[in-house]
Design a protein around this ligand. Structure first.
Ligand SMILES: [Zn+2]
Ligand SMILES: [Zn+2]
Length: 246
């Protein structure tokens, strides 16, 4: 029982860190160029992403930009309108892999992200990154906790990432004129990503919360990085087209 609680706490921390890096680095900085990160932070984020998710950034960016180009119509890699809610919520990783392997897609949507020497040596090798992450858990906490943390983290990260695509295009508020939705509870669990209707309204905004009551911890972290000289915003204050925003 003690091992399970310890594992659950460690897994929650790792999942939250991985989601924070996903939203700030993969989503807001790389995919939408809403901000630029400093060299040290960029390298740290690449390394964290590599050992906690094995995601290849240019693949994630290509899939995500295609999602914005074909939102909720044929061509969207993970739309609950096209694929059905259950498939996107529970098999998002399958839909993601299918789109990520599409070379034409990569050429079209991620040509600004050619592999550099670090990608070639390390970051383009997902299994090596995940292996190092699991090995580190093994050394730090032993085999049982390493196994439990790996399983819980994988389930948590995949379910929450899927929820942004599935719940975030199905249930919740739509203050702006697009099919994505805002869910504050999901935003709390996903470092701001649950404010997905706001995001589709202004994809180039580094800040996903448009109102005081909306929680975007990704934005708080970006403000911190800005204060220590590790982040520069492209659009200081997002302009929202819809009149219902405040
Ligand atoms: Zn979306
Ligand atoms: Zn986006």
């Amino acid at each position: 029982m003690h091992s399970f609680i310890e594992s659950a706490v460690i897994a929650i921390i790792i999942t939250q860190v991985a989601i924070m890096v996903t939203t700030i680095y993969l989503h807001r900085a790389l995919s939408h160029r809403a901000l630029r990160l400093g060299k040290v932070t960029t390298f740290a984020f690449r390394a964290i992403l590599w050992i906690t998710t094995g995601i290849v950034p240019r693949e994630w960016v290509a899939v995500h930009r295609k999602h914005h180009a074909y939102t909720d119509v044929i061509g969207d890699p993970h739309s609950p309108v096209v694929e059905g809610f259950l498939l996107v919520q529970f098999a998002n990783v399958y839909l993601y892999r299918k789109a990520a392997k599409d070379k034409e897609n990569l050429r079209k949507y991620a040509k600004d992200l050619p592999p550099d020497r670090w990608d070639m040596a390390l970051f383009d090798r997902p299994l090596l990154g995940l292996g190092i992450g699991i090995f580190a858990l093994f050394i730090l906490f032993g085999p049982l906790v390493a196994l439990l943390v790996s399983v819980l983290h994988m389930a948590g990260y995949l379910m929450l990432s899927a929820a942004v695509n599935a719940i975030g295009h199905t249930f919740g508020d739509r203050p702006h004129d697009n099919l994505a939705t805002n869910n504050n509870w999901l935003a709390i669990l996903t470092c701001g990503e649950g404010l997905h209707n706001n995001h589709h309204a202004v994809p180039t905004a580094a800040r996903l919360s448009f109102k005081k009551a909306q929680i975007d911890t990704g934005w708080w972290t970006i403000k911190f990085l800005e204060n220590i000289g590790q982040a520069t915003l492209r659009v200081p204050r997002p302009k929202v087209a819809s009149s219902t925003a405040s």
